[in-house]
Structures are given as structure tokens and as C-alpha cells.
Design a protein around this ligand. Structure first.
Ligand code: WTA
Length: 641
């Protein structure tokens, strides 16, 4: 009998089992995680499961062990499931041919590309930037980096050349992997052209590998730019994976915070592997041979953990979708599920809300009987969207796992286990085994018991947690471990209801969540302030029916002789150029002054309330230098609402 690796990783099967596992994970965390880690392939066992100190902060899991995550994603499955499909690729245009890659085919590509990377001089520990469309080659590039021990830094292909250059330079990447371009919906994006602009500002890039996806015209700079296929033709399909230490870095992923430029969150190898695999198998209750589809982009953490690593570590079939929910029509998700017999479908509330407006007609004639589990991620899901998703996509039968987590957590932290945990719409419900939450008040005192509300912290390490901010450990400490010393602070607020169920209420810092994209208001302000028309700005989020939050910019201008329309167009295109289209302000309000305290701090709380349209109680405004500016802003807000 051959061992079925998928079933070796423990899967909780009942609520009692969940409770027992949770108890065990708290009372005996090292034994608990060691039991899970046992189902992977290690070159050398660990000396110690966990050492940690949240003050410094230093955390290390499975130290002393050696392994390779790409070997665990691929090679480990070849004997039993070499001919099983690893990746299904569904193109933007449903008329184009889709692709199926078996584990054996994926293995060949990853081995070849690992050899290509080594021939390009990439070594263990080097940083490689990946700026790619949603195509299997993006996953191949990630896995090949992991195989040779290089650290990948995937940059979402919606970022501008400036943002791409900033990320390349911050991580000091020596190689860039990109494509000629992509089409999403009807929008054509010339990735290579954007990459060319970025490379002009990134002197550290020695070479660029370009995958020709759409046959777009592009400039190839001899000596620097290389064609993916040409390099692959000459590459051997055999590659011995590098033996990595547990705490060797696996990837960097940039994410926004309250202040400063985006941070390069760093994840390491063994803990991330164990955590992404365990959460995938348990939250979604994945069963052998099922098709799993996550609609996130690989440029975000959801794509890393639940398109690539989590599913492949479990020997699953993962579907990668290149397109958007509304193209060629608002039934696209449902046709895709029908076409590929998707069993588990994981998407964002924004996508659900954007489809809700089309009613139930797009479901007509579609057979969604393959669906067993639905998932939601990235932002709070409102009850209405939850019910619509449940009734229409899920035929009123499929459980919805509302999964709360973050780039920094590496994997899902609070979520129902599909079909096991009793659901409550808009609640992420209960912490997964190994996740020790603490709800704290403003002073950092833990609020025990049920029926409480406060800021969400985590007080014990879990294997998937980020270890540092690349190149700036002090910032890691300051951002996450200093607000409430001894605890990891998530930046989110939450409620724990009478049943002990968690409902995430949203960010309590200056981060906003627009269509599931995490954006620092400070980043948008910096971009706006760079424009010649603008003296100063303040950006807040406001409730938006579809995007969850929209971006409201209050702007002080330096001249009067441009029209409001011109200003809006200028500011919007400027932000698009500096960050990307997803960070473009939805509303721009010209103001004469911003509400500032005597120490010069903008009182964002007031601006937030005005943008939300909730001006009945603006709280104490007596500390403002000039409280009358508030009335003027209130009035102006009504005019543009
Ligand atoms: C928010 C995405 C409510 C939250 C995986 C968090 C959520 C931020 C949920 C992280 C959820 C994510 N319910 N809010 N189920 N999931 N969030 O780093 O504010 O892109 O802090 O990771 O998204 O966003 P990130």
C-alpha cells in the first residue's frame, strides 16, 4: 500500500476534535506542532520546536531542521500523484484554451527553471523580484526560487513602475522575472514596459527574464533581458533541491502600514510550510482530488498561501484564474466553477458585492453542484453579501468560511472549519488551533470573557508568523510588538460576542481596505502631496457599497486657477502613476485648512467621521487650533457626496 500523503496531515473531523486540538495546542504547543510537522519531508529533524521572545522579538520554529519547501510541494507527490493535475489555469478570455499542469509537468518546469536561475548566477539568499500575470509561470518562478534557496518578492502586477522600483531597491533584488504583458477583462497592461521603467531606477538588477505570454511588442535589452522559453529549452529537467534551514527566509511580501513606506514582511521556510498546509487542509476541509479555486492574485499573501503553497503542499489541484469576475459577463465565476467542477471557492467580499448588483440571472442554467465549500477573505463580509453568497453560489447548503488573517500571519488565524464550526454570518468565529488571541483595551489590558470589544492581539507564537521586516528589524518591533508590549498587535479591532465568536470590526490604525487591497493612508497622502497643485492633504476611508471602503482625500491647493475637474483628474492620475490604479482617490474635497491640533497633528478622527457622514457627534474639538475649519469641511463634504 502506498502512503497517501494528503491524509497524513491531520484533518479535524468534528467540533469535539477541534476543541481537543485547540486545548492541546495551548497546553502543549511544541508537541502539537511537532505532530503536524511530522508529515512533511525533512532532510534533518529539528533540535527544538519553538524558541521565542516577543520583546526582542525573536521567534524560531523547528530550528536545526533542514528541508526544501518546493520538494514538499512537488517531488513528495510524484510517486502517488504524478499524473494528477496540480494547476488548472483558466485564462482571462474563456474562449482561449485553458491549461492543465500535472504534478509531473509542474516538476519538470520548476526543475528547469531552477537550473535557469542558477545559470543566471542566482544564489541562495539572493532576492528575486517576480512581476507577473496570473499564469502558472508565476507559480513556477516562486517554486524555483524556493528550490534553489533564493528569496522571492512577488509584486502585484497592478503596481506602477515607481512602486515596483521601490520594492526592487528595498530588497536589493538582482533578478526580475516578468512577462510581455497581460489582459485583464478588456484592459491591456504592458508589463515589460512598466518593468523597463522600473529597471531604469533599479541599478541592482543584473538580468530580467521575460515570459512571452501574449506576444505583445516589447524591447529586449541585449545582455540584460532574456526570453523565458529560450532559456528553458537548454535547461535540464533534473534539479537537486537546496537543503534549507528551517529559519532561512522563503519570501518577502510588501504590505502597507500606518506610517512610512510599505514594509517587506519576511517569512521563513519551515514554519510557513507547516502553517499554510495545516490551515488549508483544515479550514477548507480539502478532500483528495477536489478542485480548489482561490481568486486572489499571487501578488498578495492569499495567492501565496492558498493558490500556491497551501494547496500544493497538500497534493491538491489548485485553479489559477487570470481574469476578473465581470468579464466577459457577470456570470464568469459561476461558469468557471461549472467548467472545472470546483469544490471549494475562495474569494473576497468585494467581488461578491460587485456581482450582487447583477442579481441571480447570471446563475441561470449553471450547474454549481460540484461546490461544497465557500470562502471569504480580505475584508469584513457584511451580512447581506454573506446571505447572497450562501443562497446563490452555495445553494443555501455550502458552509462559508470567513477567514481572518494578514500578510504578517502567513496563514488563516480565525475561521470556521468548513462543515464543522457552526456559522454566524459576518463572524470569523473561532481561532484555529495554535492561535492564542487577546482582546485588549486602549491600555493594553486583556479583556477576558464574552460580550466584549477591543483591539485584537495575539499573545503566543504560531509557526506561520512573519519573523521581521526585511532590513529593518526595529520597524518590525515598533509596528507589531511595541503598542502592547509582549503581544503581537494586528491593527484590527474586534468583538467577541456572548458565544465567544469573533467579529472583526476593521482596522483601528491608518490603514484602509479598498476592495480587499490594503493601503496606508499616508502612502496616498505622500503621492498626492507630490503633485504641484497640492500643498497638503489628508486621506481617510469611508464606507463604499462595493469596495468596502473608498478613498476620500481632503486637499489644500496652492493655486486657484485650475478647475476642480482638472485638479481631480490630475490628482487621480498622479496617484495611479506613483502607486497604482487601485489607490486612486474616489472623492477629492478641496479645503482651505485641515483640522489640526496645536502640536500640528491632523485630527483624522474628525475627517473620518465627516467622510462617513456621521457628524452628529464629532467629539472634543477644543484642542484644535481653529475649530471653525470643521464646519467648513462639513459643508464642503455635503457638496461632493
Ligand atoms: C482585513 C489578507 C475582516 C483585516 C489576508 C486585516 C479581514 C487585513 C478579513 C489584512 C476577514 C482580512 N474579515 N477583515 N475575514 N481578512 N481582513 O495583509 O483588516 O492583505 O488586518 O491580508 O485585511 O490584509 P492583508
Amino acid at each position: 500500500m502506498t502512503l497517501d500523503l494528503t491524509t497524513m496531515l491531520p484533518q479535524l473531523k468534528s467540533f469535539d476534535e477541534y476543541q481537543a486540538a485547540y486545548q492541546e495546542s495551548v497546553s502543549n504547543p511544541e508537541a502539537f506542532w511537532a505532530g503536524i510537522a511530522d508529515s512533511f519531508k525533512w532532510h534533518k529533524p529539528w533540535d527544538k520546536v519553538l524558541s521565542w521572545d516577543f520583546n526582542t522579538p525573536e521567534v524560531s520554529w523547528f530550528s536545526g531542521a533542514r528541508l526544501n519547501i518546493s520538494e514538499n510541494c512537488i517531488d513528495r507527490h510524484l510517486e502517488d500523484r504524478g499524473d494528477q493535475i496540480a494547476i488548472i489555469w483558466e485564462p482571462n478570455n474563456p474562449q482561449d484554451k485553458y491549461r492543465n499542469l500535472t504534478y509531473r509537468e509542474l516538476s519538470k518546469l520548476v526543475n528547469q527553471f531552477s537550473n535557469v536561475l542558477e545559470q543566471q548566477g542566482v544564489k541562495k539568499g539572493d532576492r528575486v523580484c517576480i512581476y507577473m500575470p496570473m499564469i502558472p509561470e508565476a507559480a513556477v518562478a516562486m517554486l524555483a526560487c524556493a528550490r534553489i534557496g533564493a528569496i522571492h518578492s512577488v509584486v502585484f502586477a497592478g503596481f506602477s513602475s515607481q512602486s515596483l522600483a521601490d520594492r526592487i531597491n528595498d530588497a536589493d533584488c538582482s533578478l526580475l522575472i516578468t512577462a510581455d504583458g497581460m489582459i485583464r477583462g478588456e484592459k491591456k497592461i504592458d508589463l515589460k514596459q512598466i518593468a523597463d521603467e522600473a529597471m531604469e531606477k533599479s541599478p541592482g538588477i543584473r538580468s530580467c527574464i521575460v515570459y512571452n505570454h501574449k506576444g505583445f511588442a516589447m524591447n529586449m535589452q541585449p545582455g540584460r533581458d532574456f526570453d523565458w522559453n529560450t532559456l528553458m529549452e537548454g535547461a535540464s529537467a533534473v534539479h537537486q533541491p537546496a537543503s534549507m534551514e528551517s529559519e532561512d527566509p522563503l519570501f518577502i511580501l510588501y504590505t502597507s502600514g500606518s506610517t512610512g513606506k510599505p514594509k517587506g514582511v519576511l517569512h521563513t521556510t519551515a514554519g510557513y510550510m507547516v502553517y499554510s498546509a495545516y490551515t488549508f487542509k483544515n479550514v477548507f476541509q480539502y478532500q483528495d482530488k477536489e478542485v480548489f479555486c482561490c481568486t486572489a492574485d499571487i501578488g498578495w499573501v492569499t495567492g501565496h498561501s492558498y493558490i500556491v503553497y497551501g494547496p500544493l503542499l497538500n497534493g491538491a489541484t489548485t485553479l489559477m484564474f487570470e481574469g476578473i469576475p465581470s468579464y466577459p459577463d457577470p456570470g464568469r465565476f459561476w461558469s468557471l466553477i461549472e467548467k472545472h467542477k470546483v469544490a471549494i471557492f475562495y474569494t473576497a467580499p468585494t467581488a461578491i458585492r460587485s456581482l450582487e448588483v447583477f442579481g441571480t440571472e447570471p446563475f441561470e442554467g449553471k450547474d454549481l453542484s460540484s461546490l461544497k465549500v465557500l470562502g471569504s477573505v480580505g475584508e469584513p463580509i457584511n451580512e447581506e453579501a454573506w446571505h447572497w453568497y450562501h443562497e446563490n453560489a452555495g445553494r443555501g447548503e455550502c458552509p462559508i468560511v470567513d477567514t481572518w488573517w494578514q500578510t504578517e500571519t502567513g496563514g488563516i488565524m480565525i475561521s470556521p472549519l468548513a462543515g464543522i464550526t457552526k456559522l454566524k454570518p459576518a463572524f470569523a468565529t473561532l481561532p484555529l488551533p495554535g492561535v492564542q488571541l487577546a482582546i485588549v483595551d486602549e491600555k493594553g489590558t486583556e479583556i477576558e470573557g464574552n460580550g466584549v470589544e477591543g483591539n485584537l492581539c495575539i499573545k503566543f507564537p504560531w509557526p506561520g508568523m512573519a519573523r521581521t521586516v526585511y532590513g529593518d528589524h526595529e520597524r518590525f518591533k515598533l509596528n507589531y510588538f511595541s503598542t502592547y508590549p509582549g503581544k503581537y498587535f494586528t491593527g484590527d479591532g474586534c468583538k467577541r460576542d456572548e458565544d465567544g465568536y469573533i467579529r472583526i470590526t476593521g482596522r483601528v490604525d491608518d490603514v484602509i481596505n479598498v476592495s480587499g487591497h490594503r493601503i496606508g493612508t499616508g502612502e496616498v497622502e505622500d503621492a498626492i502631496n507630490e503633485h504641484g497643485y497640492v500643498i497638503e492633504s489628508a486621506v481617510v476611508g469611508y464606507p463604499h457599497d462595493i469596495k468596502g471602503q473608498g478613498i476620500w482625500a481632503f486637499v489644500i491647493c496652492d493655486r486657484e486657477h485650475h478647475s476642480y475637474e482638472e485638479l481631480c483628474a490630475e490628482v487621480k492620475s498622479h496617484v495611479t502613476g506613483i502607486i497604482g490604479p487601485f489607490a486612486r482617490p474616489d472623492r477629492i474635497q478641496v479645503v482651505k485648512a485641515l483640522p489640526k491640533t496645536r502640536s500640528g497633528k491632523i485630527m483624522r478622527r474628525i475627517l473620518r467621521k465627516i467622510a462617513e457622514g456621521d457628524t452628529s457627534n464629532l467629539g472634543d474639538t477644543s484642542t484644535l487650533i481653529d475649530p471653525t475649519v470643521v464646519d467648513a469641511i462639513k459643508q464642503g463634504a455635503e457638496e461632493i457626496r
